[in-house]
Design a protein around this ligand. Structure first.
Ligand code: PEP
Ligand code: MN
Length: 258
């Protein structure tokens, strides 16, 4: 499928990108892909080059994980969404990535954004750009301009929580920047996604924040899902099961908020 058609699917509400924080094994990604595709999901996320805050944390399976992700997606008729951390990694795995994820920590890596702009200039492969957790909305929109500079406007803006004083003593990992959905919808035509997983850091809050984001007009969601969240090798506290995701989809459909 061509990039423009994939982008059109990403703009079709309710668009949901789901999958584990990290690809952990061939079996793990294949099993979750099977469950998600049975729920009608088209976009399979999974990290293999993980931008972990602590260098001792699980860093992902690297090149091997991308192979597992791509083959699981192929088997279950899905598209891959994954992050790379450098121009060289992107180039090496370009053919296996359907949607290029730029993580929060790389939103302001202008050299990398310029590379993505030139690499995608011909095929316009969709790019999901996550907001830097310390970035203003203007800085976020400038980062999108870097990607668009050679004509690739197939960009999704993804809010994922920001750092505020609240994190000094709250249960939340970041402050969900829900009001920014409204402002971005006024300031740009790019689809606006919300990530209820990283913005809350807690599976207890994921569904409610996701519903809130849809109610505020978010075009899509990026949600971490795991067959067995407690066993997840990264971000285990915020992962939800495919069963919980099913409940969210049912709620969104019944209440007409998507
Ligand atoms: C992710 O979605 O895999 C991720 C690492 O999120 P963020 O870049 O928003 O921290
Ligand atoms: Mn994660």
């Amino acid at each position: 499928m061509k990039s423009d058609e994939i982008y059109a699917l990403l703009k079709t509400k309710p668009a949901i990108i789901a999958g584990p924080c990290s690809i952990e094994s061939n079996e793990q990604i294949d099993e979750i892909a099977g469950e998600l595709s049975a729920l009608g999901m088209k976009f399979l996320r999974g990290g293999s080059f993980k931008p972990r805050t602590c260098p001792k944390s699980f860093q992902g399976l690297g090149a091997e994980g991308i192979v597992y992700l791509k083959s699981a997606a192929n088997r279950h008729n899905m598209f891959t969404v994954t992050e790379t951390l450098s121009p060289a990694q992107l180039d090496e795995h370009y053919g296996s990535i359907d949607v290029i994820q730029v993580g929060s920590r790389n939103m302001a890596s202008y050299g990398f954004l310029k590379h993505i702009a030139s690499r995608t200039a011909d095929d316009h492969k969709p790019v999901i750009l996550k907001r830097g957790f310390g970035a203003t909305l203007t800085e976020f929109l400038f980062a999108a301009d870097y990607v668009a500079e050679n004509g690739n406007n197939n960009i999704i803006l993804c809010l994922r929580g920001i750092r505020t004083f609240e994190q000094i003593d709250s249960l939340l990992r970041f402050t969900p920047d829900l009001a920014s959905i409204l402002e971005l919808k006024q300031r740009t035509d790019y689809p606006v996604y919300f990530d209820p997983s990283h913005s809350t850091g807690s599976s207890k809050f994921v569904i409610d924040i996701a519903i809130g984001a849809l109610a505020l007009g978010a075009d899509g969601l990026l949600i971490e899902t795991h067959i067995n969240p407690e066993k997840s090798l990264s971000d285990s506290r915020q992962a939800i099961t495919p069963y919980s995701l099913l409940k969210l989809i049912a709620y969104a459909k019944n209440s007409n908020i998507s």
